[in-house]
Write a protein of this length. Structure first.
Length: 198
């Protein structure tokens, strides 16, 4: 189930003026790789924030998340600690409410989220940019097989997963099938609101 937290929903008006950059795409598209490259490129810019997600899965080399168990996640959700939370591939995910402070301060907040929460986030925040990162099906399959993170479920099921919602359409699409450095630079230009084509 995907929903924004009560705190965000009850606020008067959309949260701004900062930008919320949502990075979405299928498993194996290389979202975490491009996000790591973008974060390294923006490390000295205090106006760009890459918050850590809270996930009911151990942190790994692929993702530096805040690992919690299901009970800890439920307690934090009930306490109102999350700006948004969702479930995917048998795990619960969330973004901390601190992102609201960053957005109110005019910063760009860059996060990897499920496509299922785009509609709710577009309602909650004033300035949302959705960046879809994708790759050809054979590349996705190879990357998922190489990652071999069995806790995420069946590869075929993950490849078949589609969110059919016109309002979840991306503002920018990056086909991540070439150089990760090149596509990382594309993502940085979107984050900095510089346009994304060379």
């Amino acid at each position: 189930m995907s929903e924004t937290s009560t705190t965000a929903e009850n606020e008067a008006g959309a949260i701004g003026p900062g930008r919320l950059v949502l990075v979405v795409g299928p498993s194996g598209a290389g979202k975490d790789t491009l996000l790591r490259l973008a974060q390294a490129a923006c490390i000295d810019d205090p106006d760009i924030v890459f918050p850590r997600r809270v996930v009911t899965r151990a942190s790994s080399a692929d993702e530096d998340n805040i690992a919690v168990n299901q009970d800890e996640f439920r307690r934090a959700r009930e306490h109102g600690d999350f700006a948004v939370h969702w479930e995917a591939h048998g795990h619960a995910y969330a973004l901390p409410t601190e992102i609201n402070d960053d957005i109110r301060a005019g910063r760009a907040v860059v996060v990897n989220v499920s496509r299922t929460v785009i509609v709710a986030l577009r309602r909650t925040y004033a300035n949302v940019v959705v960046v879809a990162i994708t790759a050809p099906p054979e590349v996705l399959a190879q990357r998922l097989a190489a990652r071999a993170r069995h806790s995420d479920g069946n590869i075929a099921d993950r490849l078949a997963r589609i969110v059919d919602d016109a309002s979840a359409t991306a503002d920018v699409t990056i086909l991540n099938a070439g150089s990760a450095d090149y596509h990382g630079r594309q993502l940085v230009r979107v984050i900095r609101n510089e346009g994304w084509q060379d």
